[in-house]
Ligand binder design. Sequence first.
Ligand code: ADQ
Length: 483
Amino acid sequence: MGKTIIISNRLPVQLQISNGSITAVPSVGGLATGMKSVHSGGDSLWIGWSGLTDEEIPKELAPQIDKALAEHGSSKVNLSQEEVDGFYFGFSNRTIWPLFHYFLEYSEFELDSWNTYKNVNQKFADAVLASSDEEDTIWIHDYQLMLVPQMVRKQRPNIAIGFFLHIPFPSYEIFRTLPWREEVLEGLLGSDLIGFHTYDYERHFLSSVRRLLGLEVHFNEIDVSNRLVKVDSFPMGIDYKKFSTAAKNHGNNKASEQSDLQRRLNKHKESTPDAKFILSIDRLDYTKGIAKRLNAFEYFLKKYPEYKEKVRLIILAVPSRSNVPQYQLLKREVDELVGRINGELATVSWTPIWYFYRSLPFENLIDLYTSSDIAWLTPIRDGMNLVAKEYIATRTDKTGVLILSEMAGSANEMNEALLINPNNFEQISESLYRAINMPVEEQKERNSQLQKRLERYNVEKWANDFMTSLREQRELDAINISR
Ligand code: ADQ
């Protein structure tokens, strides 16, 4: 058996340059953790962009960088600033991201950035080709690299290729508006297995394949000349143990070991013991419905004024893609909304919204998850949403209420949450009321079910299920071909 090669836009390590030397620090993100069991040192390689453009890497450090990455089983694809602009900020984040999240009006269809996307995908494919042979297994991740499967397949007809899409696949009516729709589908069909978070995304993809390429689809397999491509759903989980253990340890912390944030949260809890903390955590992205959520919060407080001074909304937004104009506009909109609502409703002793615009270290995420009575996640469209799962995993005493948008992939597996339509303010405000008043017994019952499922279908299981399915698909295909 050959080695496993993982390909994603970003590598699972971050490069830090200081005082003329370089260090590679492992990232703590969900994908990096989930792939741990697959990316296990010697017989696997992770190919991706390092996060630094060619212009940002001092020439004399280049060999050191390659060495530092190799120590983490990683190898980088070099990208210039122009390539990053066209491929990442351009086609990936101004065309595919809005389109696949149903923000058709935000999607820009520019030939130049499409061409850069193709060229950069070819660079990733070339990097794979340079380090692989036919015995290897390739797992390609996400919407930035949808052409890579076909590009690799062309040169290595018998290699095993899996692809996983982390964002939704939109319905045919949306997808068909993309000028390069056939090329994208053909790019993906270079794979043996294509994975999505949900059955609906899978269905949408199959429908586009059937209608745009006229290919035959048998249940969830597509007949592509002399191969069968399998399409399936693999709902991504989290590193459950990491979150639940951190929450348990956090509960045992002595006052002196607590973070400043935790001390501040405690102080507020002590001064207003009946008050509820409502938490929302997202990247600052228009798909996450942050502005709508703020409006819905104001709607709730106007409808139920008795909850003034009794609830506090903590909004944590991670800066994201701030080079893209839509993200700059959203930042301004959220800043203004928070200012206006706080300005209108605050009292001497109460600020309704605490707004943090930054990335926080893991310990602080745990502070927030464990201190919040309600997690309020209302994306307008979200491939999965791991924050919902992380919140539940940290509720070690099983209290807490999750309010979750039905437009998030995770809603399919989290029926015990209060599911809402993010556009229905009346329903949202009723669910907030219900969450605030939910008896503890009911909270525990709902969370027990959720926790059982999340613990079982953790991220490691997700990665292993995908790899097993890819292997089985290859075996089946080999039997079919030999017939
Ligand atoms: P994202 O859109 O980034 O991922 P999500 O699944 O919620 O969305 O993951 C965000 C991650 O960032 C979580 O692990 C969270 O803990 C972390 N995070 C959020 N805010 C933070 C902060 N302020 N500081 C530090 N960390 C923070 C994409 C898709 C999702 C899909 C994932 C995985 O858009 O739908 O669930 O990929 O496939």
